[in-house]
Write a protein that binds this ligand. Structure first.
Ligand SMILES: [Zn+2]
Length: 311
């Protein structure tokens, strides 16, 4: 037997009311969702907060917020409206993750003063070498001249001695003159020997300077090679990333470069895509941009208009 189920008219009215309310609610939710989809992203400021900040970046929250505010202003000035807001409950986090990229950058930064120091030492060695070389040449010329004069005097002395010997001996006055000339020649000879020793020492100093510079150049070349290798390897990797929900910063050289990386990733957070202009903030690689001061190029402004609409 089928149970006899009956519904009273009052119950039917209640059910219809409930269905209408539910339908209305669904329409409101769907309408809101559709409306949210139609509103360009730049009309609601993008909320963000700092997430993970690795201490090896040597940055604190204050420095990061300062850099973020600077990066924000770049886009906001161009758009003529507020595009970002910092809140502690923001879903978008800005993270600083330390890996081989920043490690390589820091290694390169450590190399730079060493290279500059080596260049300064090389310049000073070269200057010192030049001074010693000039002294060497002067002393060498002095020695050659003195040696020639000595040789001529010695020849004259010997000729005179030979002449007196052929005549069977010299008178006393000539003997005295010859003896004086002999001792003068001996003193001259000893001066020449001292000069030879001095020249030898200068030559030794020059050799030492050459060796020092050779060692310095070898080390310098090795370091330059490392520096260039680090530069090349860095050109290939991305300094930051926006994955649709979070921004992660991996590498930057200094405050100006950090501003560029943050501006680039904030651009992505606004919905901007990469542009072809190599000097643009929104170019895929961050290496050719002018950082002093960082400015948006025409390609960046075009991308901003495409994502956010006209000013
Ligand atoms: Zn990018």
């Amino acid at each position: 037997m089928t149970p006899n189920i009956t519904t009273s008219p009052a119950q039917l009215v209640t059910m219809a009311t409930r269905l209408t309310v539910l339908g209305l609610l669904l329409s409101v939710v769907c309408g809101f969702w559709i409306w949210r989809q139609r509103v360009p992203p730049c009309h609601t400021p993008v909320a963000y907060k700092i997430g993970q900040l690795d201490p090896r970046f040597y940055l604190d929250d204050r420095a990061v917020y300062k850099a973020l505010r600077q990066a924000e202003r770049l886009w906001e000035t161009a758009a003529g409206r507020n595009l970002f807001v910092q809140t502690s409950t923001a879903p978008l986090t800005v993270n600083f993750v330390f890996d081989e990229r920043q490690n390589a950058t820091q290694a390169q930064q450590r190399l730079l003063p060493q290279l500059q120091q080596a260049e300064a030492t090389h310049a000073s060695l070269a200057q010192s070498y030049l001074t010693w070389r000039r002294t060497y040449e002067e002393q060498h010329l002095h020695y050659t001249t003195a040696q020639e004069a000595h040789r001529a005097r010695l020849q004259a002395y010997n000729a005179e001695v030979d002449q007196w010997n052929a005549q069977g001996g010299a008178p006393l006055s000539a003997q005295q003159t010859l003896a004086a000339e002999r001792s003068s020649l001996e003193a001259d000879q000893s001066q020449l020997r001292a000069l030879t020793q001095e020249i030898r020492e200068i030559r030794h100093t020059l050799q030492m300077l050459e060796e020092q510079d050779k060692t310095l150049i070898t080390t310098y070349t090795r370091k330059v090679r490392s520096y260039n290798w680090l530069s090349r390897s860095q050109r290939q990797f991305h300094k930051g990333e926006f994955n649709g929900t979070d921004i992660t910063i991996y590498q930057f050289r200094g405050p100006e470069d950090l501003l560029l990386v943050l501006a680039h990733e904030l651009g992505h957070a606004l919905g901007l895509k990469h542009v072809a202009d190599e000097e643009a903030v929104m170019h895929e690689f961050l290496s050719e941009q002018d950082l002093d001061p960082l400015t948006l190029t025409a390609a960046d402004l075009q991308a901003l208009t495409a994502a956010c609409g006209p000013r």
